[in-house]
Design a protein around this ligand. Structure first.
Ligand code: ADE
Length: 420
């Protein structure tokens, strides 16, 4: 395979990557069926795709699908700690795509890699967190006329895009992949739920049963985390700012209280709010010795690590992805994954079976954008037929069939005259 321009940690890891990519592939039957179709139809011929995603085995299978569809692709990381270096090596060595991602890269390298993927002069972008989109709008506007559209993977990114559209700053059409039902109802809930617990356990190996486990934020992700923690026997406390969500948490059986109260009783804290400074100095001051704090929201802004560093100085790395901060009075607070996404920093991210649906949406939306090159500049929903198709393909891959309405039932649902 011809090597293109790239910047990765170690190309000799490609063989290791190959086995892991193959393992994920077996869990991604929907994406595999789309890949087969793409190989035949070549719907992405002539497209150049710049992608900024977590560089994982699941992403590698998406990249294969885009390449099978005829696209030229370049990829950088959407988080400095989520890159799997063996996968990056596989992408360069076996797929021959320009990959710019090194696990643990510093901030400057992270942004220089975003600029590197743009060298492809994209016609389509794929983002997880909108960093490529915002770099294009702020620094590389000359590339925008060549872009027909893009996709955004995550809640935080979609919020950023809607703010840009509201300000009149958005300059090309974007699809909010996150908002597809087959994405957020599964990836955000079951994916974040399981992989967050996985990250906490790989980093700490603690027993969750019997622990006071605080979840800040009760959106799709927070609900998933709370449910899985409760399933492991933890005693879950939810902190929310939205009364409706707080009420749902209460009726789901969790204790609900403000973070200032939860800080005193919690033993494990997970932030999943999408907002900044959720856990800060005033909360660290109240925490018990041994409290474990981590984040599963997109950006590393939810835990104020600068406050903790002010209070405790530099941390000691006590285990993989686990930093111990010792306060003046001797209390220790453990921060996982440097406050970045704990599921990707300390574990491998969402399981492939759930990314199958998220990335099936990405692949089918890439084709939709290629087939509709003149979309209006706006944040578009995923076309409902794509969402339905992904759900059906996933069910079929699970060997499950569903019922169909009889003609009489369909008529009943569309009639306002028929009652009891
Ligand atoms: N986001 C969360 N988990 C992921 C994974 N395994 N691959 C790519 N993006 C992800």
């Amino acid at each position: 395979m011809q090597h293109t321009n790239y910047d990765i940690a170690d190309i000799t890891l490609a063989e290791e990557g190959a086995l892991r990519v193959e393992w994920a592939e077996a869990q991604m039957p929907v994406l595999a069926s789309i890949r087969e179709q793409f190989e035949h139809d070549k719907p992405l011929e002539g497209q150049r795709i710049a992608a900024c995603l977590h560089v994982t085995t699941e992403t590698a299978n998406l990249m294969r699908t885009l390449v099978a569809g005829g696209a030229e692709v370049s990829l950088c990381a959407s988080n400095p700690l989520s890159t799997q270096d063996d996968v990056a090596a596989w992408l360069v060595d076996r797929l021959g795509i320009g990959t710019f991602a090194i696990h643990g890269e510093d901030r400057d390298t992270y942004y220089s890699h975003i600029h590197s993927v743009l060298e492809i002069k994209p016609t389509i972008t794929i983002d997880d967190g909108a960093d490529v989109i915002s770099t294009l709008h702020a620094e590389r506007q000359e590339l925008i006329p060549g872009i027909i559209g893009g996709m955004e993977e995550t809640t935080t990114g979609v919020i950023r895009l809607r703010a840009m559209a509201q300000d009149g700053a958005l300059k090309y059409p974007l699809i909010a992949v996150n908002d597809a039902n087959t994405k957020h109802l599964f990836d955000n809930h079951y994916g974040t739920g399981q992989s967050t617990i996985d990250g906490i356990l790989r980093a700490t190996n603690i027993l969750l049963a019997g622990r006071d486990f605080v979840v800040c934020g009760y959106g799709q992700c927070g609900r998933g985390v709370a449910r899985r923690a409760a399933g492991m026997g933890a005693s879950v406390i939810v902190c929310e700012v939205d009364p409706l969500r707080a009420l749902q948490a209460a009726l789901d059986g969790y204790r609900v209280m403000p973070i200032a109260e939860a800080a005193r009783v919690g033993q494990v804290f997970v932030t999943v709010t999408g907002d900044m400074a959720v856990i800060r100095r005033e909360h660290f001051e109240l925490m018990q010795d041994g409290a474990i704090v981590c984040n599963s929201g997109h950006f590393d802004v939810e835990i104020s690590l600068s406050d903790l560093q002010d209070m405790a100085g530099a941390p000691r790395r006590i285990r993989h992805a686990t930093d111990e901060y010792t306060l003046q009075d001797g209390r220790r607070i453990f921060v996982l994954g440097e406050g970045r996404l704990v599921n990707l920093a300390a574990a491998e991210g969402h399981p492939a079976a759930v990314m199958d649906m998220s990335f099936a949406n990405q692949a089918l939306c890439s084709r939709w954008v290629a087939e509709n090159p003149n979309l209006p500049v706006a944040v578009h929903p995923v076309p409902p037929e794509i969402d339905q198709q992904v759900a059906l393909l996933k069910l079929t891959s699970m060997n499950m069939a569903i019922d169909q309405l009889t003609a009489e039932q369909a008529e009943y649902l569309s009639s306002w005259q028929m009652g009891t």
